[in-house]
Design a protein around this ligand. Structure first.
Ligand code: SF4
Ligand code: MSK
Length: 662
């Protein structure tokens, strides 16, 4: 393939570090996904993008045209059946990815509880909280003993054949009752994935509504079980994130150090590399080759994990994985699972860089494989770093963009939000709820998910700026959060620059950014818990669907994003993407965009224009504010003691100032 010169290849590209690297001499022979998008043109298969291509049996593939009688499947399958089957399979694949990640973390957690790894149980408070959820006795027991029982019980949730997921009880009561009534409570996590694959096999479930109920069930098994377990157990083992200053973008690579990029998702590998990089023998080896040490940098969601917990810089998000290598400055890219493009091995061939795969599930041609051992993790990590150090002297010309590293403040777990917004005397969501009720904060918008080479790279930034300008507090995860970091939105100074007056006032008082980085894509479960905490705090209705809140993953790429969108929608959130593979069926569009609202209080929507997308989120937030009766400007009333005592109805519908941000 011919490499397009400089940034001909990236007409929709605004990211200055990417433009700089692609325009440099060092990368002149590098072919990237931008080149492939350009050379292929933008035409996509209409049946594939509309969701109406079925290849579930060998009588097909069948391309279905909605409403055309002779264009149904050979088996008679209609457009809505095929779209629903494909959609449910996408959700199941996303859930499977999160579930397998979670399982691996639980294996590591159990090994840690047994004292077999160099890690330890760090967050005892969270351990006790989760032990309570699983009805584990904690009185007089050692933390490792409790952790072992918790790990084993969590693992059993995957293979459960009967009953429902324990973690569902963390949702608001009303939501739990709704799921029960609709019959969508997930049973075993693995069972739901298997059953989705079975039901969507040729000749099984052929009613779109019934298929989509299973789609809901498998998505809930992701959000409220697999992903949530992964986040919580990872926090217990490695520490729950707290706000920390760090750097993002390609400029975090260092000329005088051994640059090791860690890419993928599972923090066990990355945490071990962090520990190994600090060991004396590794540092001595670096000196021997003339390097000042190991510069560990993150890519994609592994990057988010170590950014949130350790302040380790992130070199690039999903869309920059090839650019990190195209600098010529990376000695090794260490990868595990998910979102690793096969092209990285080809880009690396232009340089001295080695791609090291570490997980038996995920190998690729032209990479070397060093299996990561979660028990002997420190030595495993050292072996990887030794290879990288050995490459340092082979480095040729490199180009690290100098002016592209940005300050960010990250680490906004649910616990942190509870604490920093929690007023002077106790951790609580009261001040957040009060600021929503009094209108300083209009509502909450989640911007999550991936990036997509086919679409302009500044969509996240446009949506976020539009939301915060309109006083909507933004919660961000995944590669979207990194894109917002590169645009300077993850630091407190961004509030004065970009936020509306109400949101800016709250951010400035508390010292927080208007966009809160809450972690990796598996950490979207933190947003579910934050939403539940807002409901439980009172004054904003009694279910997640009552909250003035909305979510988007505009540049979604991965099947995981569809699963995430589905578990948010079935948890009561309005979810809008730029596109979805359902446009080939009118019935399915009506189901997702209208009927789901009646069933779940949350639903899907699509909007290709990012500004309009943001305004659809704002319109939904305003609709919820009106339903709560908090859409009118309130007179500020100074309450005396008697008036405060009279506040017994728990609605919190006051603007008394005493709950203002600390
Ligand atoms: Fe065609 Fe039906 Fe087979 Fe799908 S299951 S490929 S629609 S015959
Ligand atoms: S890494 S799933 S591109 S967020 Fe989680 Fe980023 Fe999306 Fe992968």
């Amino acid at each position: 393939m011919t490499r397009l010169t400089g940034c001909e290849s990236c007409t929709d590209l605004t990211c200055s570090s990417t433009i700089e690297v692609l325009g440099s001499d060092v990368s002149k022979n590098v072919v990237t996904a931008y080149d492939r998008v350009q050379s292929r043109g933008m035409s996509a298969c209409l049946f594939g993008s509309g969701g109406t291509c079925c290849r579930n049996c060998n009588m097909g593939p069948c391309q279905i045209i909605d409403g055309v009688e002779e264009m149904i499947g050979i088996c008679g399958a209609t457009a809505e059946t095929v779209v629903a089957r494909n959609y449910a399979r996408t959700i199941a694949a996303g859930t499977a990815a999160h579930a397998d990640h979670a399982r691996e973390m639980i294996f590591g957690f159990i090994a840690t509880a047994k004292g077999e790894t160099p890690h330890e149980i760090k967050d005892e408070e969270k351990l006790h909280m989760l032990a309570k959820v699983f009805e584990i006795e904690t009185e007089g027991r050692d933390k490792n003993e409790i952790a072992l029982e918790l790990g084993e019980k969590a693992l059993a949730e995957f293979g459960k054949q009967q009953g429902t997921q324990v973690m569902l009880k963390r949702a608001p009561k009303k939501r739990q009752e709704l799921w029960k009534r609709l019959g969508v409570e997930p049973r075993g996590i693995d069972r739901e994935v298997t059953e989705t694959m079975h039901r969507t096999h040729m000749g099984v479930d052929q009613h779109y509504e019934n298929i989509m109920l299973q789609g809901a069930r498998v998505a809930l098994a992701d959000g409220w079980a697999a992903s949530m377990l992964s986040t919580d157990l990872t926090d217990i083992m490695f520490g729950t994130p707290v706000p920390i200053r760090a750097m993002v973008d390609l400029g975090v690579l260092k000329e005088d150090m051994v640059n090791v990029a860690v890419h993928g998702h599972e923090p066990l590998l990355a945490e071990s590399l962090c520990m190994a990089a600090q060991q004396e023998d590794i540092q001595a080896l670096c000196k021997k080759v003339g390097a000042k040490g190991v510069n560990l940098v993150g890519v994609c969601c592994t990057g988010n994990e170590i950014l949130m917990r350790r302040g380790i810089p992130v070199a690039g998000s999903f869309i920059q994985q090839e650019m990190v290598l195209a600098t010529g400055a990376v000695e090794a890219m260490v990868v595990d699972i998910q979102c690793v493009m096969q092209s990285v091995a080809q880009v690396a061939k232009n340089f001295h860089t080695e791609i090291i795969t570490t997980n038996y599930r995920a190998k690729m041609p032209d990479a070397i494989h060093l299996q990561f051992d979660e028990v002997d993790s420190l030595n495993s990590a050292k072996d990887i770093l030794k290879r990288a150090i050995g490459n340092f002297k082979k480095r040729g010309a490199c180009h690290i963009p100098k002016d592209t590293k940005l300050d960010v403040v990250v680490g906004f777990s649910h616990e942190t939000i509870n604490y920093i917004l929690g007023g002077r005397f106790r951790s609580s969501y009261r001040p957040l709820n009060d600021n929503i009720i009094n209108g300083r904060i209009r509502g909450v918008g989640a911007i999550v998910g991936c990036e997509n080479y086919k679409l302009p790279d500044d969509v996240h930034v446009i949506v976020a700026k539009e939301l915060i300008k309109n006083d909507v507090l933004v919660l961000a995860t995944g590669c979207a959060a990194q894109a917002l970091g590169r645009a300077g939105l993850l630091n407190p100074e961004a509030a004065a620059k970009y936020a509306g007056p109400g949101l800016a006032e709250v951010c400035e008082t508390v010292g927080m950014p208007p966009v809160l980085h809450m972690g990796s894509c598996v950490d979207n479960s933190r947003i579910l818990i934050a939403a539940t905490a807002m409901v439980e705090e009172g004054g904003l209705g009694d279910d997640i669907s009552d909250l003035p809140a909305a979510g988007t993953a505009p540049l979604w790429m991965s099947e995981k994003a569809v699963s995430i969108g589905e578990y948010f929608a079935t948890s009561g959130v309005y979810v809008v993407f730029q596109n979805l593979p359902v446009s080939g069926s009118k019935v399915m569009k009506k189901y997702l965009y209208e009927d789901m609202e009646e069933m779940y209080g949350g639903m899907w929507d699509t909007e290709p224009d990012p500004v309009k997308l943001a305004h659809k989120m704002i319109a939904h937030i305003d609709k919820k504010r009106a339903a709560l009766g908090i859409d009118k400007k309130r007179e500020r009333v100074l309450f005396d003691m008697q008036m405060r005592r009279d506040l017994t109805d728990g609605t919190g519908l006051t603007d008394v100032g005493c709950h203002g941000p600390a």
